[in-house]
Design a protein around this ligand. Structure first.
Ligand SMILES: Cc1cc2nc3c(=O)[nH]c(=O)nc-3n(C[C@H](O)[C@H](O)[C@H](O)COP(=O)(O)OP(=O)(O)OC[C@H]3O[C@@H](n4cnc5c(N)ncnc54)[C@H](O)[C@@H]3O)c2cc1C
Ligand SMILES: NC(=O)c1ccc[n+]([C@@H]2O[C@H](COP(=O)([O-])OP(=O)(O)OC[C@H]3O[C@@H](n4cnc5c(N)ncnc54)[C@H](O)[C@@H]3O)[C@@H](O)[C@H]2O)c1
Length: 470
């Protein structure tokens, strides 16, 4: 096997895989170094299993809202079995076949930079080899869960996103530290699959603090209805678990301690860049790798190092990592061939403006662009419009007691949308229309002619524009 490739990608998650595919499409050779499973965190311990666990919970809630249908308890065992199928039983041979077809080479093992354009790969059997990149090395090593320094927490061996998405049973009593996306999605999944007591310890005053406040409120109301105990302004001050895998006691700032059978820590991520040899190329290990809009790492002589996906910290979402990967693979190919490297498609212009995101809870929460607070902070002259989604015929027909809301943030100087947020059952598929409107900076007067079909939830677009005054 060759020891030289045009491009070497360290990390075979969704971002890394896509860099390799685009570079090969551009006429280059590529190798992907992966030390666990090709497909990355997203395929086995994040997006895919979490959504497989949430789907029946969401569907059961939808069915319960429609009179005339009855539904029994969810059979957690069957849901966990379907999750196992969704993660291909933690076997990446399907992904390998895909990579072979690209075609690109898999180097199974841990990759580490070893000076400019060199990567040392330690195979699972401990053997080592050094491979060289003719044009570029791309770091796509992702991120790992951050565990806060609470006394006793690490020793208690809590669940992180990794363990909860791979759970083989549902704990009777689950405690969750955090109020972000992982905490909300996984608290709902475990509660819906049968946890008898689910308690969330949220240090702030609302769930999903980066979303519009109304979305946080709707979600909190839904959790309260479902019997999830959400406690704001609190957190763990100490954790005890005398028996490995046994009962956990969580000491709180005040009041009696909380007892649980399992504890999930969902307090954000840290970059997986401590063990990748950043020090050999003049960068500081353990930090997000700062990149320019062509995904090239800043501060590295020769401009041969790139970073995509979670590893650069721009936006920790699969679709954004894959978008960056397309930019990166294409720009590397253009530069290698001496072609223009500054075309619009060769720059990341979507990060930093409020990337589209769907939180797959019930209600679903999704948003793109700027929230009202972010737009004000950025100095825009704005007006906001809100509308009750339950008053839209298409939403009403989805089920009784449909609760949802939408909000648009309008740039008053240009009369275009800066951001849109939807909260409600089944709103995820509304988001891409908003993404097109915001990214395309479609004038409201033009948007008026995009007529939504009756009776769909998309009629919310008409109602928002009417509320604005069109
Ligand atoms: C529970 C959960 C649910 C999520 N749900 C969603 C969702 O619904 N939608 C969404 O858009 N995002 C979601 N995310 C975020 C998403 O998982 C990440 O943004 C995405 O996985 C990042 O992709 P990546 O390719 O950058 O990194 P990863 O997917 O983390 O892949 C990195 C790969 O690099 C490998 N690697 C690391 N170091 C080395 C090394 N030294 N040598 C060789 N290989 C190495 C790892 O083994 C891994 O396979 C979720 C995250 C979590 C935790
Ligand atoms: N559906 C999706 O798109 C999806 C699903 C899951 C995860 N993700 C992505 O994965 C990433 C990680 O998710 P996450 O939920 O772990 O992170 P997050 O940043 O969304 O939320 C972390 C939460 O933990 C809190 N927190 C931080 N430190 C704490 C501490 N010491 N004590 C108590 N609380 C603390 C924060 O205030 C925040 O509310 C996010 O960027 C998210 O976008 C996306």
């Amino acid at each position: 096997m060759s020891d030289e490739f045009d491009v070497i990608v360290i990390g075979g998650g969704p971002a890394g895989e896509n860099v390799a595919a685009r570079a090969v499409r551009g006429g280059l050779t590529a190798a992907v170094v992966e030390n666990r499973l090709l497909g990355g965190e997203c395929s086995y311990w994040a997006c895919i299993p979490s959504k497989a666990l949430l789907r029946p919970v969401e569907l059961a809630a939808e069915v319960r809202r429609v009179p005339g249908l009855t539904i029994g308890p969810i059979e957690a065992g069957k849901v966990l079995a379907r999750r196992d199928e969704a993660v291909a039983h933690y076997d990446d041979s399907g992904q390998l076949r895909w990579l072979d077809g690209v075609p690109a080479t898999l180097l199974r093992g841990a990759g580490r930079l070893d000076g400019p354009r060199r990567v040392r790969v330690t195979a699972p059997d401990g053997s080592e080899r050094t491979v060289t990149a003719r044009h570029a090395v791309v770091l796509a090593t992702g991120s790992t869960p951050a565990v806060p320094p609470v006394p006793g927490l690490r020793e208690a061996n809590p669940w992180t996103s990794h363990e909860v998405t791979a759970a083989t049973s549902v704990p009777e009593r689950l405690a969750v530290i955090g109020g972000g996306v992982v905490a909300c999605e996984m608290a709902q999944a475990m509660h819906g699959l049968g946890a008898r007591q689910t308690t969330m310890l949220v240090r702030g005053d609302r769930l999903l603090p980066r979303m519009e406040p109304f979305a946080s409120e709707l979600l909190a109301a839904s959790f309260a209805d479902a019997g999830i105990d959400v406690r704001f302004g609190t957190g763990a001050v100490a954790v005890e678990r005398p028996e490995p895998g046994g009962k956990v006691t969580i000491r709180l700032p005040d009041g009696p301690p909380l007892e649980a059978d399992e504890l999930l820590v969902a307090t954000g991520r840290k970059p997986a860049t401590t063990q990748v040899g950043l020090d050999t190329v003049g960068l500081e290990p353990g930090r997000y790798v700062e990149v320019d809009d062509s995904m090239r790492a800043t501060g590295v002589d020769g401009g041969w190092l790139y970073a995509v996906g979670d590893a650069n910290g721009r936006t920790l979402l699969t679709h954004m990592g894959k978008y960056q990967a397309r930019v990166c693979g294409d720009v590397i190919a253009a530069r290698a061939k001496g072609e223009p490297d500054d075309l619009p498609a060769l720059r990341d212009t979507a990060d930093g403006r409020g990337a589209p995101q769907v939180v797959f809870t019930d209600p679903q929460i999704c948003a793109v662009g700027l929230t009202e607070a972010a737009a004000r902070e950025a100095g825009f002259r704005i007006r906001t419009v809100e509308y009750d989604l339950g008053s839209v015929s298409g939403a009403y027909l989805l089920g009784d007691g449909y609760r949802g809301r939408a909000k648009a943030v309008v740039d008053e100087d240009r009369r275009v949308l800066l951001g849109v947020t939807f909260a409600g059952p089944g709103v995820a598929e509304l988001l891409h229309a908003a993404t097109i409107a915001v990214t395309g900076e479609v004038p409201l007067e033009r948007l008026w002619h995009a007529v939504p079909s009756f009776p769909t939830v998309s009629e919310i677009w008409l109602r928002l524009l009417e509320t604005y005054g069109l």
